[in-house]
Design a protein around this ligand. Structure first.
Ligand code: ATP
Ligand code: MG
Length: 268
C-alpha cells in the first residue's frame, strides 16, 4: 500500500469575517487514526468543512497538502476524487434524490466515470455512471456490512431518516467511496450501543482494506474503544493545543476540559 499524507499547515480560517481556526497543524498518514476532541464551538466542524473546500470558510493563512500538493484551489468534488471524504456531523436531507441514485452518482464520480465520459465527448445516456449491475453488486455487500435495509435505497436521501440511520448511511457512503483520507465528524452521536459497534467495525474494515487515514471527531471516549486512535489531539479555541495517545481521551473523560482551559486558555 502506497503511503499517502494529508498535511494541514498553520491553517487559519475565517467564517463571516470572524477568525475561527487560528493556526492548525496536523499531519495524517495513510492507515493512521487520529482522534480530535474539544469543547463545543472550538472549531472542529469548521476544520472538517474547510478541508473539504466549503466555500463559506475563508482561508486566511496556511495550507492543506495532499501528498505534498496544495488542494486549497480545488473544488470540493475534485477533492473528493482525490480521495478526501467527510462524514458530516449533520447530514443534509435531499428531497427528490433517492439514496440509491445519490450513492450511484457519488461512487461513479469518485471513480472518475464523469471524467471518462467528458474526455470521450459523451455527456449523455448516463455514460457518467458506473454500470448499474456492477454498482448494485458492490452496494449489496456494503449494505450487508452496515446492516442497512434495502428499502432505504428507494427513499429520498436522509429524508425522515433517524439520527442513527443518517450516520450509518454516511459510513455506507464511505465504504463505497473508499477514501484515502476520511474525516468522521461525530459519527458516534445518535448511534445506539449496537449500531456504534457495528459502524465502528465497518470503519475498521474499510481502513484495513484500503489503508484509509482517519480523523475522527468525537466528544466521547466510547467510540475510541472500537476505533483505536494512534493519536489523540485536543482542540481548543481554534487550534490543537496538545496531543497524546489513546490515554489522553481517557483523561478527558475523567477530568473534562477545565485543565485545558487553565493551561491553554486565551489568557495564557
Ligand atoms: N456562519 C457563521 N457565523 C458566525 N459564527 C460561526 C459561523 N459558523 C460557525 N461559527 C462559529 O464557529 C465556531 C466553531 O463552530 P464549529 O461548528 O466548528 O464547532 P465544533 O467544534 O464543531 O462544535 P461542536 O462540538 O458543538 O460540534 C462556533 O462558535 C460557531 O458559532
Ligand atoms: Mg462540530
Amino acid at each position: 500500500m502506497e503511503l499517502k499524507t494529508l498535511e494541514i499547515r498553520d491553517l487559519h480560517i475565517n467564517v463571516g469575517g470572524k477568525p475561527i481556526l487560528k493556526g492548525v497543524d496536523l499531519v495524517i498518514h495513510s492507515g493512521e487514526t487520529h482522534a480530535l476532541m474539544g469543547p463545543n464551538g472550538s472549531g472542529k466542524s469548521t476544520l472538517s468543512y474547510a478541508l473539504m473546500g466549503h466555500p463559506k470558510y475563508e482561508i486566511a493563512q496556511g495550507d492543506v497538502l495532499l501528498n505534498g500538493e496544495s488542494i486549497l484551489d480545488l473544488e470540493p468534488d475534485e477533492r473528493s476524487r482525490r480521495g478526501l471524504f467527510l462524514a458530516m456531523q449533520y447530514p443534509v436531507a435531499v428531497s427528490g434524490v433517492t439514496l440509491q441514485s445519490f450513492l450511484h452518482a457519488a461512487t461513479s464520480a469518485a471513480r472518475g466515470y464523469g471524467e471518462q465520459a467528458r474526455s470521450q465527448g459523451q455527456g449523455r445516456f448516463n455514460s457518467h455512471l458506473m454500470p448499474l449491475r456492477e454498482f448494485r453488486q458492490e452496494l449489496k455487500e456494503k449494505l450487508a456490512l452496515l446492516q442497512v435495509d434495502d428499502s432505504f435505497l428507494r427513499r429520498y436521501l436522509n429524508e425522515g431518516f433517524s439520527g442513527g440511520e443518517k450516520k450509518r448511511v454516511e459510513i455506507l457512503q464511505m465504504a463505497l467511496l473508499k477514501p484515502v483520507f476520511a474525516i468522521l465528524d461525530e459519527t458516534d452521536s445518535g448511534l445506539d450501543i449496537d449500531a456504534l459497534r457495528l459502524v465502528s467495525e465497518g470503519v475498521n474494515q474499510i481502513q484495513k482494506e484500503i489503508g484509509t487515514g482517519i480523523l475522527i471527531i468525537t466528544h466521547y471516549q466510547r467510540i475510541l474503544n472500537y476505533i483505536r486512535p494512534d493519536f489523540v489531539h485536543i482542540f481548543y479555541q481554534g487550534r490543537i493545543v496538545t496531543s497524546g495517545d489513546a490515554k489522553l481521551a481517557e483523561t478527558l473523560e475523567e477530568q473534562g476540559y477545565e485543565w485545558v482551559q487553565q493551561q491553554f486558555g486565551a489568557a495564557s
